[in-house]
Design a protein around this ligand. Sequence first.
Ligand SMILES: NC(=O)c1ccc[n+]([C@@H]2O[C@H](COP(=O)([O-])OP(=O)(O)OC[C@H]3O[C@@H](n4cnc5c(N)ncnc54)[C@H](O)[C@@H]3O)[C@@H](O)[C@H]2O)c1
Length: 471
Amino acid sequence: MVEKFKKKIKNICCIGGGYVGGPTMAVIADNCPDINVTVVDKNVERIKSWNDGDLTKLPVFEPGLEEIIKRVRNKNLFFSSDVDINISKADIIFLSVNTPTKTKGIGSGQASDLTWIEACARQVADAAKGHTIVVEKSTIPVRTAETVKKILESNNKDNSFSVLSNPEFLAEGTAINDLEMPDRILIGGEDHVAIELLSDIYRKWVDETKILKTNIWSSELSKLIANAFLAQRVSSINSVSAICEVTGANVQEVSKAVGFDSRIGNKFLNPGPGFGGSCFKKDILNLIYLCNYYGLSEVAKYWEQVININNWQQDRIYKTVVDKLFGTVYKKKIIILGFSFKANTNDTRESTSISISKNLINEGAHLLIHDPKVSSKQIAKDLEKEPLTENSNSAEVNNYGTWEYITNLENAFINVDAVIVLTDWKVYRNLDWNEISNQIRPPAWVFDTRLILNKNKIISSNLNYWGLGIG
Ligand SMILES: NC(=O)c1ccc[n+]([C@@H]2O[C@H](COP(=O)([O-])OP(=O)(O)OC[C@H]3O[C@@H](n4cnc5c(N)ncnc54)[C@H](O)[C@@H]3O)[C@@H](O)[C@H]2O)c1
């Protein structure tokens, strides 16, 4: 029989070196110098980037991450593509792999695709040695732990497992801060010794009162519900932005007045072009699928509306742009400011810039796309269209809609017809509108979907201004 527990965790392995695995393990390694933490990923290129001597090439951009990597990489934080060996050495294994929405088969378009979780569980079952704690870090549907347990226990080797749920609540763009000062750490499970060993890791820097322990199903469900509530708030204020525009109200004033109510609170009440990111939409779709699966169609319909408003918001923004530009954007130059789904991240998954840009290109516009951290290669992948370059042939130039990547905003506004702010990067807050108005082709428009620009300066520079939710 396997000696069940070591008294102390010495080796952690995290499967999945993405936006969650990388930053989370960096913070654990930084706070637990006596633990060796290894992040493994089957994506060899990603591991190479995590090990790159040039820290600007890390695969994930997060403020504060570079400094931590500098401190702990190759001391007690390692990145490796050797998955099996690191599984076999680990006392605790975090599963931090992707759980996207299924695109085919049963539940297509709603249910989570658990292919990657299942593959990991099988690999852990084969390679683990002794007693291993397996922690679900990925966001997964309720009762996934049951599946993980069944797979782990189906192997006949002389080893054993405890399965815990420990969902991650970090937000991209503020991930390091969220990990260092979390609102709470949630641990679900039945094995109290395993729960305490996992809690010991967090206790190194998180106050005991913030470590919540629940049953495993509550923990799995809480992550979906937390994201559903956050997304619902965004859709609520975005729906209000539309009412403000037609009634002459100002969404910032309304949001402030409403947020002063202590029962409501003032967080997450900023309107915008719609939520993006890899999680909100996928997690609500997953919740909708679960509701329907359990026969709760009214509950499913309730959450569906959060997604409907989000799609509608993006759609109405692009239609407003076309409408203000006299009903056509054909061959018009439009600057898109920001392509990541929010500021301070290089992540573009589900970014509203993708759908809005695609629609404008489809209408024949020529887009000049700028983002401080997103590469031209990534944008081309998201738009499913190569950018125009000096080497483009005339057929490409005459293509109906086109786009170009710009890295420098100086002189970028020459002959443009519209500027659209889609991501709240700080660098866009203080543009010189006087100078821009000398470059643009009048009568040009500035569309601020994040309400970060100085409306008065824009208007006094003889530019037309449209602010989301400003009546
Ligand atoms: N991104 C966020 O803000 C966030 C926040 C909280 C929770 N989550 C959840 O965390 C999970 C991971 O999200 P992410 O954004 O880090 O995803 P990601 O796509 O950035 O990273 C996942 C990584 O797992 C690797 N992987 C997949 N299967 C593997 C296997 N069998 N062996 C080794 N490596 C494997 C992939 O190559 C990829 O690099 C998801 O379930 C997500 O819903 C994400």
